[in-house]
Every structure is written in C-alpha cells, then in structure tokens.
Design a protein around this ligand. Structure first.
Ligand code: ZN
Length: 264
C-alpha cells in the first residue's frame, strides 16, 4: 500500500519543489509590494507638497489686480465735516451755521483753512514759487457763516439778488464755510484762467488735492459762473481720480442732481 505520495517522490525532488514554490511565493510578494507600495506613496506625497506651493504663489498676485476700482463711498457727501462734502444751491451745510476747526495760513494774504487744506495749499504755493519764481496770493479762504452774511448782502446791494446768486453763495450754502475752499489771486476776474498762474492752477492743482470747482461752461451743473480762482480741497485721491477720468464737477462724478439754482 502507498502511505503517501511524498513517500514515492525522491527527497531531492521534494526539496526542489518546495524551494520552487517558495520562490514563486516570494516573487508574488515582491511584485505585490513593488506594485502597491509606489501607488500608495505617489498619491499622498506629491499632492501635499505641490498643492500648497502652487496655491501659495498665485494667491497674492490676483489679490492686488482686481482692486483699482475707486471707492466712491469712502467719505460722506452730506456730513459738513467730510472731506468730500458736496455743497451747492440745493445742498446747504447742515447745520447752516457749521464751523470747522481751522488753522492759520502761512501764505501771502493769510487767513484760515482746515489744517489738511492749509498744508496742501502751502505745499502748492511753495512748489509754484520754486518752479516759476512767481507767487500766488490768498484772496479769500475760510469764511464763517456770519462773514458770508455780509459778503452775500454786499453783492446783493451791488448787483441785485439775481446776479448776486450767480457769483456768491447764500450763507450756509458756501464752500468757503467748509474751510476747504480758497480763492487765489482774484475773486472776480475770469481772465485769470488764461494767465500763466491760472493755467498752472488748472493743470497742476489736482496733484495737491484741489479742483477748480466751477469750471467754464458748467453753470447749469454747479450753479456758478466760471471761477478759475476758486479751488476746493477734496484730497489727492479724489482729485487724481477726477483728473484721470476727466470728470470736472463733484455733482457729475458722484451722480448728484444738477444744482443750477436755489430751490426757493
Ligand atoms: Zn470762492
């Protein structure tokens, strides 16, 4: 009787078979390790190292690009103390007897303005003098409510109410009362706009934060005749934006209604 198959196979062949089988198993394990190990290690390793480095670099770049739009809501247009307050014949100061903090102007003609406007005007006057050897003179800077009462009444007595309203503001409606407006060199002569200093002001005052508030031909918008001498301080950001876009009045820039005349 045969006890077992193994008993029939010679010992040498049995060892060879076992060794061969062991080799096959070892090969399968080796292949399995080789196939599985790289797959498992490639997936997690490159993705954490590529993702942060790839996203860290482009993120700061797109951020500054979409921010050149000008923020028109940065300051109030209604608050009497706002740098951007829009005062015209339909937008009186609130309260009408508003008085700003003001500082003395260390300039020919003197007077007072709000400190930020005074500093900008002093810088502009100094630069103009350095460039041309000529100098500007302050004719009329900050005017209080009470001063405006006498100024306006003086024009009414001289010209009549209708013409006075074309060139002088009623008390409570004057930009001069904000402490941000100033008349330079003259307060009456429109020919100033064609002179060397008038041309310089029209071309350069925006760099100091000023605009010529009552441009030629825009009386239907502003309510005032051309005043090449009347500068309004609005700060360099807004003045630069208006210069760049070519929009000449605050009413047009902010989409406010035209203010050709008083409501009453
Ligand atoms: Zn003025």
């Amino acid at each position: 009787m045969i006890h077992s198959y193994a008993g029939l196979v010679p010992r040498g062949i049995r060892i060879a078979v076992i060794a061969g089988a062991a080799l096959v198993v070892a090969l399968i394990v080796a292949i399995a390790v080789a196939v599985l190990a790289p797959t498992g290690s490639t997936t997690p390793t490159p993705s954490p190292s590529t993702t942060p480095s790839a996203s860290a670099t482009p993120t700061p770049r797109p951020t500054p690009t979409p921010t050149p739009s000008f923020n028109k809501a940065l300051y109030s247009l209604d608050d009497a103390s706002s740098l951007w307050v829009v005062v015209n014949k339909t937008r009186p100061l609130n309260p009408v007897n508003y008085a700003p903090a003001h500082a003395a102007l260390n300039l020919p003609g003197g007077g007072q303005m709000r400190p930020e406007a005074a500093a900008a005007l002093q810088k502009m006057f100094a630069d103009y003098q350095a460039q041309t050897g000529d100098h500007f003179t302050v004719v009329s800077p900050y005017r209080s409510y009470n001063t405006q009462v006498s100024v306006y009444n003086g024009w009414v007595a001289k010209l009549g109410k209708a013409q006075a309203d074309r060139q002088s503001a009623r008390p409570g409606y004057s930009e001069h009362q904000t402490g941000l407006a100033v008349d330079v060199n003259t307060a009456v002569s429109q020919s100033f706009g064609a002179t060397a200093p008038g041309t310089w002001i029209a071309a350069n005052s925006w760099q100091y934060g000023f605009i010529v508030r009552y441009p030629d031909g825009l009386e239907p918008v502003t309510g005032y005749e051309y005043e090449p001498w009347h500068l309004r301080f609005i700060g360099p950001e807004l003045a630069t934006e208006m210069h760049t876009t070519g929009i000449k009045t605050l009413e047009q820039f902010f989409g406010l209604p035209d203010a050709p005349d008083y409501l009453n």
